[in-house]
Write a protein that binds this ligand. Structure first.
Ligand code: UD1
Length: 386
């Protein structure tokens, strides 16, 4: 199948039952975090997607031993790490490639890592990461599109992250766990994926307290050992399937989910008229006859996730009445409005705000996925289109 192009025949309700994969964003952070250890870490529930394979290749390139053990089960052994340089060819594919900066600074006290690529969601600088590294005593410079970092005498620090940032929190946690002394990260990201990382690192012998709150305290240790760890399910994948049932007027059971992680998504889908019930190991979701309009603002966790905003926009094109979306994290994500308009959606975008006037029907059209989540949103819209 040519995955660059999907042809979707819409107009049928989505029915069924689906087991949700391991969380992509957790997997990326935990795979790199596993390489901080001096023994193999066995990770389970790793999803099979391109980003995960790129991060494995990036790690192999710096000498980490990565092995597939079984379906979704991988071993990552950081004891063989022997290089401080990541290549542009791989790093340009993925924003999370910049996690190698924290890994290499923590373990090798030097890092040459290209500025990252990834989905085009608007400016995605790494200034918070760099300031954080400097707070630990690192010297960092940007030369020829690469971060060149060196740290001669790493020291625990107190650092306030300018704005709740997942990536910065991940990178600074990597450095903190192997840095002598106490580190306090203030205004840290509270996402479930951060908690997942902290729990795995603690299983490897790290001393992290407060993950899931905005103040994380870390007592540095000399080295980390191996462990077996299973990563959390993907709340965005679950939310996307749930939105699929709602937009098509079908019903679906999503299995292997953590209810708490889905609360902001459940609240908005219910407001749109969905019927949602907790069942054994999952959630049953049924779409309403009429989707209700609503307003939604994206915010760091536990707010409504920016990674579900595009799917919500697709859903609201078919709502009764006018909805307003405010995108507070990655404003370029609202560019999806232009694609949905090609399918008959009535959407006006101004800066960080989209005003959506619900229509009765969406129609088939040729459209372009601008990033991962907008691709998912267009699939949802296409499933509902006549
Ligand atoms: C991660 C997720 C992504 C999700 C996002 C927000 C991964 C691999 N990706 O991305 O799916 O949409 O969190 O939940 O886990 N910022 C700066 N300077 C920096 C760092 C960030 O200005 O140095 C800004 C960003 O441009 C953005 C905001 O801070 O506006 C939050 O970004 P951040 O949480 O860091 O996102 P990522 O970690 O890149």
């Amino acid at each position: 199948m040519n995955l660059d192009c999907l042809r979707i025949q819409g107009g049928k309700p989505l029915y069924g039952r689906i087991t949700i994969s391991g969380a992509k964003n957790s997997a990326l952070a935990l795979i790199v975090g596993a390489a901080l250890g001096e023994e193999p870490v066995v990770l389970e529930n790793i999803p099979d997607n391109t980003d995960v394979h790129v991060i494995f290749d990036l790690l192999r390139e710096v000498g980490v031993t990565v092995q597939s053990l079984d379906k979704g089960k991988w071993s990552v052994d950081g004891s063989t790490l022997n290089s401080s340089k990541a290549s542009y060819e791989l790093a340009r594919k993925l924003r999370a490639s910049f996690y190698l900066a924290g890994l290499l600074l923590a373990k090798r006290h030097e890092a040459v890592v290209p500025l990252p690529g990834g989905c085009f969601l608007g400016p995605r600088p790494v200034d918070f990461h760099l300031k954080g590294f400097q707070a630990f005593g690192a010297e960092v410079a940007i030369e020829h599109g690469c971060m060149i970092g060196k740290i001669t005498k790493p020291q625990g620090t107190r650092f306030f992250i300018n704005r709740s940032s997942m990536g910065t929190t991940v990178n600074l946690l990597y450095l903190a766990v192997l840095t002598p002394g106490t580190t306090i990260l203030e205004n840290a990201a509270k996402e479930p994926e951060i908690v997942d990382l902290a729990v795995m690192l603690n299983c490897m012998g790290a001393k992290i307290r407060g993950a899931g709150t905005d103040v994380i305290r870390v007592q540095g240790v000399k080295s980390l050992h191996g462990t077996d760890y299973s990563i959390i399910p993907d709340r965005i994948e679950a939310g996307t399937y749930m939105a699929g049932a709602v937009i098509t007027g079908g019903s679906i059971t999503v299995e292997n989910v953590i209810l708490t992680h889905l609360k902001p998504i459940i609240a908005k889908l219910k407001e749109a008229g969905a019927y949602i019930e907790e069942v054994d190991n999952g959630l049953f979701v049924a779409g309403p006859e009429i989707i209700r309009s609503l307003d939604v603002k994206t915010l760091p966790y536990p707010g409504f996730p920016t990674d579900m905003q595009s799917q919500m926009m697709a859903l609201l094109t078919l709502a009764h009445g006018t909805s307003i979306i405010t995108e507070n994290v990655f404003e370029n994500r609202l560019q999806l409005g232009a694609e949905l308009k090609r399918m008959g959606g009535k959407i006006k975008v101004d800066g960080r705000t989209a005003v959506i006037q619900g229509v009765e029907k969406l129609y088939g059209a040729s459209v372009k996925a601008l990033d991962l989540r907008s691709g998912a949103a267009l699939v949802l819209a296409a499933m509902a289109a006549v």
